[in-house]
Design a protein around this ligand. Structure first.
Ligand SMILES: Nc1nc2c(c(=O)[nH]1)N[C@H]1C(S)=C(S)[C@@H](COP(=O)(O)O)O[C@H]1N2
Ligand SMILES: [Mo]
Length: 150
């Protein structure tokens, strides 16, 4: 049986790191994920418009809630940080209220770093009117690389 405190180690290039108040780790106080590990999470699909692209797009990825469950996140806030040093705080309870997706594909194609990838936080804005708001647009972190739980 797997040690409940340990995640298997990443075996290829790390794409996402979760730090802070997490109980399951595979590195020094952190849960480090390669793309294969992220793709092993239950797949979540979301069809929605975005504030920065035209038309309805299909996103595939995993639920932020499932990732936070997997690492045993215990806190109230997630700081989501991108390659380009963009960072924003998000209340964890939001991920229970909404099916927020961390997408690795748009329209069936891998998101690439030159175009919002490899990971992009996507809110179900077409499904919930309250999410069609600038305060939520800030939380659509593209080029997501780190999550810090507090
Ligand atoms: N990585 C990253 N994600 C980001 C941002 C950013 O600068 N870097 N800007 C945020 C803001 S302020 C908004 S309104 C939306 C849309 O930003 P864009 O129009 O620059 O794509 O993405 C959010 N996600
Ligand atoms: Mo913005």
């Amino acid at each position: 049986m797997d040690d409940p405190a340990r995640l298997p180690p990443a075996t290829s290039a790390p794409v996402l790191e979760v730090r802070g108040a997490v109980s399951r780790t595979n590195a020094d106080g952190a849960a480090v994920f390669d793309m294969e590990m992220l793709k092993a999470l239950p797949r979540a699909r979301l069809d929605t418009t975005t504030a920065v692209t035209d038309g309805i797009r299909r996103f595939d990825g995993f639920l932020m809630r499932d990732l936070l469950d997997l690492v045993g996140a215990q806190g109230t806030t997630v700081t989501a940080r991108a390659f380009n040093d963009y960072a924003i705080d998000i209340a964890i309870e939001e991920f229970d209220r909404f099916d927020v997706v961390v997408a690795y594909e748009m329209d069936g194609k891998a998101l690439v770093p030159s175009d919002k990838g490899p990971l992009w936080i996507v809110y179900p804005r077409d499904q919930h009117t309250e999410l069609r708001d600038i305060r939520y647009d800030y939380r659509w972190v593209w080029q997501l690389r780190w999550l810090e739980i507090e």
